[in-house]
Design a binder for this molecule. Sequence first.
Ligand code: NZQ
Ligand code: ZN
Length: 387
Amino acid sequence: MRNFDYMTPTRLIFGEGVIAKLPEVMKPFGKKILMTYGGGSIKRIGLYDKVKELLSDFEIYELADIQPNPKYDPSVLDGVRMCKENDIDVILSVGGGSVLDCSKAIATGAKYDGDPWDLISYKAFATDSVPIVDIITLAATGSEYDCGGVISRTETNDKIGYMDPHNFPVVSFLDPVYTFTVPKNQTAAGCADAMNHIMEQYFCEDSTILNDGFMEAGLKSLMINTVKCIENPEDYTARAEMMLTCTYGCNGIFSLGNSPTGWPCHGIEHALSAYYDITHGVGLAIITPRWMKHILNEKTLPRFVKYGVNVFGIDASLPEMEIAEKAIDATYKFFESIDIPMHLKEVGIDESRIVEMANHIAVNEHLDRAYAPLSEADLVEILTASL
Ligand code: NZQ
Ligand code: ZN
């Protein structure tokens, strides 16, 4: 077990109706709020009006239309400009992970004199940020409980996971009722994203009984509860447990003391979303079973056996390689069962830019250092197998 120095300074306020606490939470920051949101879902579900009513004593500036796979230009740049022009005291992010990730880049960019992309691309590091409060409306990314934000720059085909301790939200509101309206495809994509967050940590050199148990339970919780949420979108218990399991996804709590893994499937998927703007969780669902097949060998076999027996209940008396192959097949079949398209061609991606994407990933994601090292040739193979 490795040493670690871990802190998640975010306060989670969880449950039905907790938004009533919003005014008292916002008050200590000051009067001027930049409210960030997406394409309109918060208006359709009544959350926009509720927030405006609760915060009627505050001065609210609005940055709307933040797109999925949030764009550096215009959204981050517009938000930074609005914060600087209006001397904003706090950012209130209302929506899914795309809105919150964009808000994180705005928060540090607003306190930086140079080009905010310097911070996102790690050419410079934040020394300060505008505080962030969020109301998360989609269970998926775990952005509400981590210091990461994934920002796309379409003109250079970049999609970078921007991690900085200044990016932790101060307070995150998680009310499962606001996820009742998440459509089936987004519920499924959110599940695939959160499951992959756990798998990126589970497939590692060495883990512990504690962490494996935590992660195996997280995977089972996500699969069971996602099916329930799809069957009955207003199943509060299922939405609540799915939401909290997603929240744990990216903040490291699942793998404290474990060896690093390099998060290979995310490194590959970020290129797919950067080049083709596809839904992140869908990209991960397509890539993961192919990545598994590609890295299965004598060294990784024990992890696949543990995964197959403890997550999918595969008969432990079978030959180990057979257990591993059944586990990979079960992973693919689960994603297929929740109607996620399982081929790149189904989401508009063909072989024309595979070599270019593989090179982009090899140059930017350093997957030659991953738990199962991947060369550019490996990446071409995995992407081709995913077509
Ligand atoms: O834009 P609006 O109108 O709000 O609609 C959104 C959007 O179209 C809709 N939606 C959100 N909440 C809803 C709802 N529709 C109905 N009812 C609700 N309650 O859902 C669509 C997708 O929203 P989005 O925010 O894009 O989804 P998600 O939360 O999955 O975020 C995806 C982004 O997060 C990044 C991904 O790369 C992607 O850019 N990630 C962030 C991570 C992090 N910060 O830790 C880690 C992840 O690995 C991931 O990379
Ligand atoms: Zn993810």
